[in-house]
Design a protein around this ligand. Structure first.
Ligand code: Z5A
Length: 219
């Protein structure tokens, strides 16, 4: 049995995570690899129930510590029922957001201390850390414009409705985390067309996990 790998994709609103996960899955499957796509909050039955609770709060968001505990409760269910079982049978797991999102969204302005995330990681995530985290980096204005265009007339959720300062701080927060974790994180320039960005991501994934021949033949 081949070994699976755990990859998370992070970034602010509208940075193109879902679009790029779709492209990455296609390429990994074309290599004959078993791969699942999942997301946070959510990804498992229990995780999706907690996702609804968080996102339905709309613009009356829970306080940062309550949100943190809800995200970690959802994560615990997701890890137990989806991520660990998939890795155990040699599948690759591509996850749209993971712990970095909690540190950046709920930990902004030290609303929740880093030590709280460290303790929750020890309790919930334990050894199941992503081996590679792709941080999609884009000016906040561009990401928000994309998210806005996609939403049309529907109401913004509580996160999207935050100020431009909040979204700029998110971008900085992700870049700081990537800088602090250079062995795990690769920052991907998320400006440009979908194909160009997909190629940057494929290069990062192939260089980390696949043979040099594979990089050359696909990139
Ligand atoms: N959250 C948190 O606070 N703490 C946590 O621990 C976790 C999450 C895990 C979940 O929202 C929210 O929960 C999230 C953070 C918070 N904040 N919000 N809102 P979600 O899952 O519903 O949404 P999201 O994760 O933020 O993703 P998104 O905004 O839906 O965007 P995306 O997946 O990054 O992008 P996309 O859907 O691929 O693309 C967005 C649009 O841009 C779409 O119309 C595309 O067709 C278009 N697009 C994509 N790529 C391009 C390029 N290259 N050029 C032009 N247009 C493009």
């Amino acid at each position: 049995m081949t070994r699976g790998h755990f990859i998370s994709i992070e970034g602010g609103e509208g940075t193109g995570k879902s679009t790029q996960i779709h492209r990455l899955l296609e390429r990994l499957r074309a290599e004959g690899l078993g791969v699942i796509q999942t997301r946070e909050p959510g990804g498992s039955m229990g995780g999706e129930r907690i996702r609804a609770l968080i996102l339905e709060a709309g613009q009356s968001r829970f306080d940062p510590l309550t949100e943190t505990l809800l995200f970690y409760a959802a994560r615990n269910d997701h890890l137990e029922h989806v991520i660990r079982p998939a890795l155990a049978v040699g599948k690759w797991v591509i996850c749209d957001r993971f712990t970095d999102s909690t540190r950046v969204y709920q930990g902004g302005n030290t609303a929740v201390l880093a030590s709280v995330f460290d303790e929750l990681d020890q309790l919930v995530v334990r050894e199941t850390q992503p081996e590679l985290t792709l941080v999609l980096d884009l000016p906040a204005e561009i990401g928000l414009a994309r998210a806005h265009a996609r939403r049309g007339l529907a109401a913004a959720d509580g996160f999207e409705a935050e100020s431009i300062h909040f979204h700029r701080a998110l971008r900085e927060g992700f870049l700081e985390l990537a800088h602090a974790n250079p062995h795990r994180c690769v920052v991907i320039d998320a400006q440009g067309n979908v194909d160009e960005i997909a190629e940057r991501i494929w290069r990062a994934v192939s260089e980390r996990f696949l043979s040099v021949n594979s990089v050359n033949s696909n990139g």
